[in-house]
Design a protein around this ligand. Structure first.
Ligand code: B12
Ligand code: SF4
Length: 416
């Protein structure tokens, strides 16, 4: 084959988390750059939510609601239609507030006069103050205004997610999308059907965002990272858009879901969307694949890579055994290109532990590869990301911490 110039675009598909980027593209982009490749990244999960939850996005959602017959309106849709102009007026300020860029809006939100309220706010009715005071005082006290406003703004977004679910796509959630199509599925059939179905507003918005990213970055290789079952459907939709735009762009699939659920992959139709699927830590498989695409090695010398044989059309697993890149040498992740000031800090449940998952932007840092213990009987310790324990020296970790703080200007870490 002729050598391909390499420009890698790594994508996080919807949905993962809204408060902080899932770290795999940061790791792979940092690694590829450390090896001299041109590499960029985009978080399409965040981008999709920000596009849908904009004034324009809500106008498109409202049009979809209006096309539904009246007898299909749920309580959520009734509340949305009745307060539509208030939603249009508040959506962009609320998003800016949840991004931490307009703190004084907290006073107006906490007054409960500012936001339109749908059925999600009924959860507040269970709290009653017998003396006529603030029924949420047990949670937020007298001065916890910002947290109270964050919680109310999260309920407001949850109402809008319910509108999306009731009017456009019942599979939509903020932290997982169409998860049932991939979770514990014995066959590709349900996913194949869903991908062949006419696109809805969410699919169309994602397709537009994908094309914008392709236009901006002009990649020759698109790497799509799927950590959870709740990001599989969108990953395939993104790959579908990439291939429809330019079938010559090479599409790669990998990530935690693949490493766990697709180890025995035999379904040739996966390769209508992805040219290659790799297992486990991505660094070594990527180096060999990129060397192949540059004409520097044959496709018999790939590492932990599934592909579809051009003649037999069957899935082939190629695994030239080569040592993985040592954890000490995978480089420092980079968040360059991800819009760190646009993530949403949400306060969903009034539970101090749960808020750590949804509130605040955490730097993610893998402090060791695999599990030191690897003895629990219920755990699949044969998986590479559990069984292969490798640590890095304290010096390397501290260097990584310092360089991440310098890049992101944030000091909160989620260690993995
Ligand atoms: C930390 C963690 C969480 C945290 C934080 C998640 C986050 N958003 O940051 C929390 C607690 C929130 C969480 C929740 C869940 N998690 Co979790 N989580 C993990 C854990 C322990 C580490 C993830 C991580 O940061 N890894 C570090 C990054 C850099 O590694 P990586 O993503 O695997 O990427 C590497 C390779 O996979 C590869 N790669 C990745 N993408 C690509 C793409 C291409 C093209 C290529 C070539 C390579 C490649 O290269 C990367 C670098 O080597 C993993 C297990 C593990 N050890 O990996 C489970 C794991 C990802 N979680 C899992 C699950 C199921 C979940 C939940 C769905 C659980 C639930 N039922 O609620 C939720 C979903 C949450 C959500 N929607 O966000 C599963 C997913 C597998 C599966 N069965 O689908 C895993 C694998 C654990 C397991 N075996 O059960 N999780
Ligand atoms: S459950 Fe698995 S990963 Fe966790 S401590 Fe036990 S063996 Fe290690």
């Amino acid at each position: 084959m002729t050598a391909l110039p390499i420009r890698v675009l790594s994508l996080i598909p919807p949905m993962t988390q809204l408060n902080t980027p899932y770290p795999s593209t940061a790791y792979l982009t940092g690694f590829l750059r450390s090896r001299g490749f041109e590499a960029v990244q985009e978080d399409l999960a965040l981008a999709l939510v920000l596009r849908l939850l904009s004034r324009q996005g809500l106008a498109e959602i409202a049009e979809a609601v209006e096309r539904l017959p009246r007898d299909q309106y749920t309580q959520t849709l009734d509340a949305f239609v009745a307060q539509r102009s208030r939603y249009f007026a508040t959506i962009e300020p609320v998003i800016t507030f949840l991004q931490g860029r307009d703190s004084t809006l907290a006073h107006r939100i906490a007054s409960r006069q500012y936001l339109p309220e749908g059925p999600r706010f009924a959860s507040l009715d269970v709290y009653v103050d017998d003396e006529g005071g603030d029924p949420l005082a047990w949670a937020f006290g007298a001065l916890g205004l910002n947290d109270k406003a964050k919680h109310l703004a999260t309920l407001y977004l949850n109402d809008l997610a319910d509108v999306l679910r009731d009017a456009i796509d019942p599979r939509f959630e903020f932290v997982r999308y169409a998860e049932s199509l991939a979770a514990s599925q014995a066959s590709f059939e349900p996913l194949a059907k869903a991908l062949a179905a006419p696109s809805n507003l969410i699919d169309d918005t994602l397709a537009r965002l994908t094309l914008e990213a392709l236009t901006e970055h002009q990649p020759t290789v698109v790497l799509i990272s799927v950590p959870f079952p709740g990001s599989v459907y969108a990953a395939f939709r993104i790959a579908q858009s990439v291939k429809a735009h330019d079938p010559k762009i090479v599409t790669l699939l990998g990530g935690g879901f693949v490493n766990t659920e697709l180890r025995e992959l035999t379904e040739p139709r996966v390769f209508d969307y992805f040219d290659y699927v790799t297992l486990d830590s991505g660094e070594r498989p990527l180096l060999s694949l990129l060397a192949y695409l540059q004409g520097q090695r044959s496709n018999k010398r790939l590492v932990r890579t599934f592909l579809r044989d051009t003649e037999s059309q069957q899935v082939r697993y190629v695994n030239l055994v080569e040592p993985d890149v040592p954890f000490e040498e995978v480089g420092t992740p980079t968040w360059d290109g991800l819009p760190l000031e646009r993530y949403l800090s949400l306060l969903d449940m009034l539970n101090p532990m749960h808020r750590l998952w949804s509130d605040g932007r955490w730097n993610k840092l893998t402090v060791a590869h695999g599990c030191y213990w690897k003895k629990c009987s219920f755990c699949d310790v044969s998986l590479d990301y559990i069984g292969r324990y490798e640590s890095a020296s304290a010096t390397v970790l501290v260097d990584r911490i310092e360089s991440i703080i310098q890049e992101t200007r944030q000091t909160g870490f989620h260690f993995c």
